[in-house]
Design a protein around this ligand. Structure first.
Ligand code: BTN
Length: 249
């Protein structure tokens, strides 16, 4: 088991993100430690175990103690920025960090999953409260196959089940925070358009057969407004703002 305890993570914190660092060995959800907390931008809440980890669309996020990166970052996006886009930034940062450690290419499955080898290794959730946003990121790092959730709509993996190697969660968290800070600063000034180059090459759904609310089509792109463009069979284009897009095999 590795840990996200402050003494393990501090040597890997290179920028503003991670200061201050709110640490609980166990908590319900790192999101709850930050939402409405009034902490400054860049504050991070981290834990080695969540008892009620929050996933998107009301789902739970489960991971055995010490197996994962489990953290949330406090952000104060400027007025005029569309805060749900932060989930895409979190996905790009997590993909880059996973790629940096494993050497395998990682993609972003709109809106918030990180995929390696067609399996989900990380998830991102963005929640807003009082003009602040809390971006939560979970990365499956050292779980064995039997410790991963089953029966999910997308097959789930850990970095270990994919490569057979163990990784240090603190090193990964430092890399994630650094990459996220860089992307966030770019987005803050120029919006999604300015981070698009880093997203464009990572779009997992690009060209894939999908269904949106049961309507079949082909995913074409993620627009500069963060919406997923789907060309429907039989004509017409959907610009999907949020929700679930099923990949049709
Ligand atoms: C999803 O894929 O549905 C998003 C999962 C996000 C999970 C992370 S783990 C750290 C942070 N705290 C939470 O309660 N959720 C996020």
């Amino acid at each position: 088991m590795s840990t996200l305890a402050p003494e393990a993570v501090a040597p890997h914190v290179r920028g503003r993100f991670g200061k201050p660092y709110a640490w609980e060995p166990e908590c319900e959800s790192t999101q709850l430690l930050l939402l409405g907390s009034g902490l400054p931008e860049g504050a991070v809440a981290a834990t080695d175990h969540q008892t009620a980890g929050r996933g998107r669309l009301g789902r739970v996020w489960e991971a055995p103690p010490g197996s994962s990166v489990l953290l949330s970052v406090m952000l104060h996006p400027p007025a005029g920025r569309h805060w749900p886009e932060l989930a895409l930034l979190g996905g790009i940062a997590a993909a880059e960090a996973v790629e940096g450690m494993t050497g395998l290419s990682a993609q972003v499955k709109w809106p918030n999953d990180v995929m390696v080898d067609r399996r989900k290794v990380a998830g991102v959730i963005a929640e807003a409260r009082n003009a602040t946003a809390v971006l939560g990121i979970g990365i499956n790092v050292t779980q064995a196959r039997e410790e991963l959730p089953v029966g999910t709509s997308t097959e789930v993996a850990s970095m270990r089940t994919i490569t057979g190697r163990a990784y240090d969660v603190a090193t990964l968290a430092g890399s994630l925070l650094y990459r996220l800070e860089r992307l966030y600063d770019t987005w803050r000034h120029g919006g999604l358009r300015d981070v698009y180059a880093e997203l464009g090459s990572r779009i997992f759904l690009f060209g894939r057969r999908v269904a949106v609310d049961g309507r079949p089509g082909t995913a074409a792109a993620i627009g500069h407004d963060g919406r997923l463009e789907v060309h429907l069979d039989g004509g017409g284009t959907l610009h999907v703002e949020s929700g679930e897009v099923a990949v049709v095999r």
